[in-house]
Design a protein around this ligand. Structure first.
Ligand code: S3P
Length: 434
């Protein structure tokens, strides 16, 4: 397993562009594959997770032409077409998003059968969350112990249903909406809290009739998708590691360019700002919706941090960055508490355990709670030490940032897992450290 050291550093400075958005890249490839006409995707993320999606759509009969510099042309098979690939095994690798979204499409292909499987971590990720609503729509699906991958989808005719999400999950919402495009009648998803809305935005751009009314989202059956080109913005979840590093290392100032500023993704920037970090930028206003994804700049600088409380309503818009809130909390004055974040237990690792054990090993005063964590700081830096990424890309990158801001440096065990979402992370960090 790869080990990497990150020693206390001087300030980060300069302009920076985050890698392309992972969530939007997955959707661009999947919607491109479901479209009738070829779709050009620019700034597609070249990382392990989004490669798994390109390979999956290739196996389902779509054409994938990589034209360099992140441009990928997808020649779709149409909404109803991947039947000739029946019997196929689809390897989702480490990607929970591919695991949860793709069955929505496959479930509505009568006569087809596909098995989805992935790496050791994916085999621990729950799929009953998509099996339950898909079955309510008429799908036939088998899963190990009825809740874990491998997952076999036997395509069948679907009918519309109304489904109330028991948890805030954009993956489950997206799966049901995709299946809804193939289902007779109308399909409605009722969210308990607003989660990232990239699927709704790409549905709108694909000219699929759908409606949003507060937390209710409905989609009707369609024959085809009409999707023009997709330009993928920079990933705010990847940028968050650089933003956290700039917030923590004294003297830092970084300008983040071409960053996605969709409000359903920017919760961490708001929380960091509240903790005292200087994070300036035109974040999309909460509640806004446009078919196009908003993109812009952030100007970030170090400042002394104060503790904060993160309420359950704030969790979905910061779900992948909550471990960074713990890191900022370890450097802040006072007690930082995150509540309503039990979903973190079902990510690439149990992120509550990974961050609590990981930061405690670096000297933080942190403990797990039933639905999150509490961390206390006195405004001084963490000591440092060794952190185990547990095969989780976001924990690996958190360890690196902790090292730069620590007193003695941090060794990250399993740094290679950063390649799941952000292969150039270490190089981008080095460039900002000059
Ligand atoms: C994602 C949704 C979130 C997030 C994941 C990507 C997506 O998962 O944690 O990294 O692209 O829809 P959940 O929907 O399970 O919360």
């Amino acid at each position: 397993m790869s080990r990497a050291r990150f020693d206390p550093s001087g300030p980060l400075g300069g302009a920076y562009e985050p890698p392309p958005d992972k969530s939007i890249s997955h959707r661009a490839a999947l919607f491109g594959a479901m479209a009738d006409e070829p779709v050009t995707v620019t700034n597609y993320l070249d990382a392990a997770d989004t490669r798994s999606t390109l390979e999956a759509v290739l196996r389902l009969g779509a054409g994938v032409e990589e034209r360099g510099e992140g441009t990928v042309l997808i020649r779709g098979v149409g909404l109803h077409a991947p039947l000739e690939t029946t019997g196929g095994r689809l390897d989702v690798g480490n990607s929970g998003t591919l695991l949860r979204l793709l069955p929505g499409w496959l479930a509505g292909q009568p006569g087809g059968e596909w098995t989805l499987d992935g790496d050791e971590s994916i085999r621990r990720r729950p799929v009953d969350r998509i099996v339950t609503p898909l079955r309510a729509m008429g799908a036939r699906i088998d899963a190990r112990e009825d809740r874990l991958p491998p997952l076999t989808v036997h395509g069948s005719p679907l009918h519309g249903a109304e489904y109330e999400l028991p948890m805030a999950s954009a993956q489950v919402k997206s799966c049901v909406l995709i299946a809804g495009m193939l289902a007779e009648g109308r399909t409605t998803v009722v969210e308990n809290r607003v989660s990232r809305d990239h699927t709704e935005r790409i549905l709108a751009r694909s000219r699929v009739p759908f409606e949003r009314d507060g937390l209710r989202i409905s989609v009707a059956q369609v024959d085809e998708l009409e999707l023009d080109a997709v330009a993928v913005p920079g990933d705010p979840s990847s940028a968050a590691f650089i933003v956290a590093a700039a917030a923590l290392v004294p003297g830092s100032r970084v300008v983040v360019r071409n960053c996605g500023l969709n409000w359903t993704r920017c919760g961490f920037f708001e929380i960091a700002r509240r903790m005292g970090a200087v994070v300036l930028g035109d974040l999309e206003a909460p509640g806004d919706f446009s078919p196009a994804e908003p993109v812009g700049e952030l100007d970030v600088a170090h400042a002394p941090l104060v503790a904060t409380e993160v309420a359950p309503e704030e969790v979905p818009a910061a779900i992948d960055e909550l471990t960074l809130v713990a890191l900022l909390g370890a450097f802040a004055e006072g007690e930082t508490v995150v509540r309503g974040a039990e979903e973190l237990r079902h990510k690439e690792s149990d992120r509550i355990a990974a961050v609590v054990d990981g930061l405690a090993a670096l000297g933080a005063d942190i403990e797990a709670t039933g639905d999150g964590f509490a961390v206390r700081g006195d405004g001084s830096p963490l000591r440092g030490g060794t952190i185990d990424a547990r095969g989780d890309h976001r924990i690996a990158m958190l360890g690196a940032v902790a090292g730069l801001a620590s007193r003695d440096g941090v060794e990250v065990v399993g740094m290679d897992s950063a390649a799941i979402s952000y292969p150039d992370f270490t190089a981008d960090l080095a460039a900002l450290l000059g």
